[in-house]
Ligand binder design. Structure first.
Ligand SMILES: Cc1cc2nc3c(=O)[nH]c(=O)nc-3n(C[C@H](O)[C@H](O)[C@H](O)COP(=O)(O)OP(=O)(O)OC[C@H]3O[C@@H](n4cnc5c(N)ncnc54)[C@H](O)[C@@H]3O)c2cc1C
Length: 599
């Protein structure tokens, strides 16, 4: 099989704010150098993106601190950057199960004065246009499937995913092998829990001596409201209901243009109770009287979910190696206390561009030159910001109230507080999950956490209905991109110990334990077709999920895992939260996945 090789100078993997800013800034530096008479020759820059278009897989809140974008492009407003609204009002609420108490002061990290509410999907697409206009080659529908190394472990580029492979792994008539994009420097800006970044970090031990990254999951909907009850520019953050005090979490409600309300809920992916379902937590959040009243008479129009890297400073890996840099969420640049990562993703991309520019001048792409990236990060405004909140998330390991006290102390002491009290710090999120027996649950069917949530199709939706509103599309006839490495665990150990939590932590109903009789096939071999129209929602049941099998004579029929991979919204939660760490998320065929228009 002939595989095409393309020689580039710099390849950016992932068209998110970090990499697009990096690519754009690099073109600016090269132009400036040319104007000063320095001749670098023709520099070829490529950005590859797994989504069908730039921004298709971009999901965020988002309130953007403009500091990063303003450095990249001081006249971003004049240049037409899509901004929903300036932030005009900040509110912070504590929710009990029935009431909402407004805090007289906004917690400083959530003070959004001077910031902008944006749809990151639109902003990213716009940044992509700026890159193309500056001569960057952008390749949507090109997932990075594998990093390429030379014999001395130097990264020399990326192999993109093959197209036209059927579910049995055979070539179809439209088969096209992936391309080898060779580069002097490869930049990983895959966003949270990047599939190539994960492998690179493991292979080169880039996280040696660092704390494990911890994550949250943000689940979000857009609603069209019938009137102006919630103005564009109003920002509300909430704490409390529905999270229990051992679960890190909180809600957001942002007013966008045209009476669109953007709301979501973040659940820490280091929760203890295996019966927690982050999607159901969000549905419960909406059923709070304060939120339900806001949504009355409105219509849900979009849905999405994505993980957030919340570990902060202590969890950042080494961000360089020979021939490669790691930027944005892939390196954990997000500030969890502020729920903000766009500004630092942009800045990290720019600092990577400066480093690459120097490497191009010196013609040295080794770690020796590329390590300057970390020094630049340390000298930039990113470091004081992240160091100030470096122990923020760790405080919540000891419950909500100590977490809040710690957050306050963090702010006052410049981040020292928790570090003084507890050097033991964070464990990986999946290790925090306890077994069913620790909570006295007999099995997962005794889940009473969400019994009040009706999934009525008006205010609250089941996962299948929501997934329809994420406009997810994957070709059905392709290999499953969610690799379960040991399928024997599912029906036995995992069922007994955790009640198959993948069915709950996945916000897209990808994982389903089904009765395997009479068919006996390997796990990961059965797929459900993608929904083509909104499912009818009745009686609180997802139409895509099979009914639990009848239990006769006290014996459970044999069960197996069914992977509805076509539902996958690429949030990466399964890869993160599986208690046995046997789910490996890899890129599906290019162009597959959600389409987060306006999110
Ligand atoms: C629910 C939620 C709410 C948030 N709210 C806010 C907020 O209010 N304010 C704020 O500042 N930040 C917020 N953030 C964080 C912010 O969205 C991120 O910090 C920011 O998007 C990071 O940019 P990035 O370029 O590193 O990654 P991303 O924006 O994730 O972009 C990565 C891109 O790489 C692509 N990709 C991944 N792997 C591959 C591959 N192997 N091959 C090809 N392409 C690939 C992806 O499809 C994606 O397009 C929020 C995040 C979430 C999830």
């Amino acid at each position: 099989m002939e595989r095409e090789s393309l020689e580039m100078d710099v390849v950016f993997i992932g068209a998110g704010p970090a990499n697009l800013s990096g690519a754009l800034y690099l073109t600016q530096l090269i132009e400036k150098a040319k104007a000063e008479g320095k001749d670098l020759g023709e520099i070829q820059i490529a950005v590859i993106e797994k989504g069908a278009s730039v921004g298709a897989h971009t999901l965020s809140g988002a309130v953007m601190d403009p500091k990063g974008l303003a450095e990249l492009m001081p006249d971003f407003i004049e240049k037409g950057a899509p901004i929903e609204s300036e932030v005009k009002e900040d509110r912070f609420l504590f929710l009990t199960s029935t009431r909402a108490f407004r805090s007289p002061v906004n917690p400083p990290p959530l003070n959004n004065h001077g910031y902008y509410i944006v749809s990151l999907n639109r902003l990213t697409a716009w940044l992509g246009d700026q890159c193309e206009a500056a001569g960057v080659n952008i390749f949507p529908e090109f997932p990075g499937a594998e990093l390429l190394y030379d014999e001395s472990e130097r990264v020399i580029g990326v192999r993109t995913g093959d197209k036209g492979i059927d579910k049995e792994g055979k070539q179809k008539s439209n088969y096209e092998p992936g391309v080898d994009l060779l580069a002097k420097v490869t930049v990983l800006g895959e966003g949270v829990r990047g599939s190539l970044t994960k492998k690179l970090i493991q292979r080169l031990g880039l996280d040696d001596g660092r704390e494990p990254q911890v994550y949250s999951l943000g689940v979000k909907e857009l609603w069209e409201l019938p009137d102006d009850r919630y103005p564009a520019g109003r920002v509300t953050h909430t704490l409390g209901f529905p999270s229990d005090q051992w679960t890190y979490g909180g809600g957001w409600i942002y007013g966008m243009q045209n009476r669109v309300l953007n709301l979501g809920y973040v659940t820490g992916l280091d929760y203890r109770d295996p019966l927690i379902d982050p999607h159901a937590e969000f549905q419960k959040f909406k059923s709070h009287p304060f939120v339900a009243k806001l949504l009355e008479g409105g219509k849900m129009i979009r849905y999405g979910a994505k993980a957030i890297a919340a570990g902060g400073w202590h969890a950042m890996p080494q961000m360089y190696a020979d021939g490669v840099l790691i930027v944005g969420d892939s390196a954990g640049f997000l500030n969890a206390a502020r729920l903000k990562g766009i500004h630092s993703a942009i800045k990290s991309g720019m600092l990577a561009a400066e480093t690459i520019f120097d490497a191009l001048l010196e013609r040295d792409y080794s770690a020796r030159t590329l390590q300057e990236f970390e020094h630049r990060v340390k000298r930039s405004w990113i470091t004081p910001e992240l160091r100030r909140y470096r122990n923020f998330h760790a405080g919540f390991r000891h419950g909500r109230w100590l977490g809040i006290v710690n957050a306050g102390l963090q702010y006052i002491t410049g981040g020292r507080a928790w570090g003084l009290l507890d050097r033991d710090h964070q464990e990986a999120g999946h290790e925090a999950m306890k077994k069913l027996s620790a909570f006295g649950y007999r099995d997962a069917e005794t889940n009473l956490r969400y019994q009040g949530v009706k999934f009525d199709g008006k205010l609250t939706f089941n996962k299948v209905t929501d997934v329809y509103h994420a406009a997810v599309a994957h070709d059905e006839d392709q290999p499953v991109h969610l690799h379960v490495l040991d399928t024997n665990v599912c029906a036995t150990r995992c069922a007994e110990e955790y009640g198959n939590p993948c069915q709950r932590f996945c916000p897209a109903a990808v994982y389903e334990m089904v009765d395997s009789e009479p068919r006996r096939v390997g796990v990961a071999s059965r797929h459900s077709p993608r929904l083509s129209e909104p499912p009818a929602v009745a009686g609180g049941h997802s139409p895509r999920l099979s009914e639990p099998p009848a239990v006769a004579g006290g014996h459970s029929p044999r069960r197996e895992l069914q992977i509805n991979f076509s539902n996958c919204v690429h949030c990466k939660t399964c890869d993160i939260m599986d208690p046995y760490q046997i789910i490996n998320w890899v890129t599906p065929e290019g162009g597959g996945g959600p389409d987060y228009k306006g999110m």
